[in-house]
Ligand binder design. Structure first.
Ligand SMILES: [Zn+2]
Length: 282
């Protein structure tokens, strides 16, 4: 997709499956299974639609999928891809890890941050993108490394502290311009400091909603993830920000949708928003 001066491509950080209930929280299965049919093991297929943004200054990667370091038990349970799906996808776009100047992380769950670390031939953990600054909300980093028991299932400090040790971490606070034309919006909800992004160039905008609205099946404000820390905050911010996307004619980009990477939305009285125009990939 060409968006003003930005060229934006979908980069897969790997496909995986989880129990459908994880993606719909308290929504009864009888409602969600009609729009997101599970397989015989109750699993639904998900993408990790990372973004490669070519700006006038540099190459920027937004989110990194689950990476190459899942242990075998988790890989099997998630039916995750082996090897390094992120680097494979970047290579197919003609990009090497060394070429990336900035990595922006929406939040620090495993399926977004996993690709930032790799293992070298000796099995040592190294940063995957040696020349990149990794832009993270300070509050998100603080919570991910806090060791708080109630966040144990959501985060591991080991996924991110090597970035800090390598001097490759750039902490930001609040709704700031992260790079020219790329603006953070702290959504809260899914994680308290999750940041969505508005890419803005030459009067055109695209909104990377992160896990506030991971697929087109989550446009309804009540259809939240079981993983959301603050469900009511998601229900408050989602219609607000999707409404802005409609009113200001933004593309909306979906991070886990296996079929739709981007859509333009319109308002629809019963379901709040619906897809007017969709792109399978960018
Ligand atoms: Zn996610």
């Amino acid at each position: 997709m060409q968006l003003g001066h930005f060229t934006i491509e979908t980069i897969s950080g790997g496909t995986f499956k989880t129990d459908g209930g994880t993606m719909f929280g308290v929504v009864p299965r009888a409602l969600w299974e009609g729009v997101y049919p599970p397989d015989e093991n109750h699993l639904i297929a998900q993408a990790t639609n990372c973004l490669l943004v070519r700006s006038e200054e540099e190459l920027i990667l937004v989110d990194t999928g689950y990476g190459s370091r899942l242990d075998e038990k988790h890989r099997r349970r998630l039916q995750a891809e082996s090897g390094d799906p992120l680097l494979r996808s970047l290579a197919a776009a003609g990009v090497a890890a060394e070429d990336i100047g900035t990595v922006i992380l929406t939040h620090l769950h495993f399926d977004h941050v996993g690709g930032v670390l790799s293992e070298d031939e000796q099995g040592q953990v190294v940063t995957t993108f040696p020349n990149a600054a990794h832009v993270v909300q300070a509050g998100e980093f603080q919570r991910a490394t806090s060791g708080r028991d109630e966040l144990r299932a959501a985060y591991s400090a080991e996924w991110v502290t090597p970035l800090a040790d390598a001097g490759q971490l750039e902490l930001v606070e609040g709704d700031v311009e992260l790079r020219p034309g790329i603006h953070a919006i702290v959504t809260g909800g899914h994680t308290r400091f999750q940041q969505a992004l508005v890419l803005d160039s030459d009067g055109q905008q695209a909104f990377y909603a992160a896990d506030m609205c991971p697929t087109t099946r989550h446009l309804h404000s009540l259809w939240c993830l079981a993983y959301d820390e603050e469900v009511l905050e998601t229900r408050r911010r989602k219609p607000e920000l999707l409404g802005r996307a409609v009113d200001e004619d933004w593309w909306v980009l979906f991070d886990h949708d296996p079929d739709t990477a981007a859509a333009r939305l319109v308002r629809e009285p019963r379901r709040e928003f619906t897809v007017a125009e969709a792109l399978a990939s960018l």
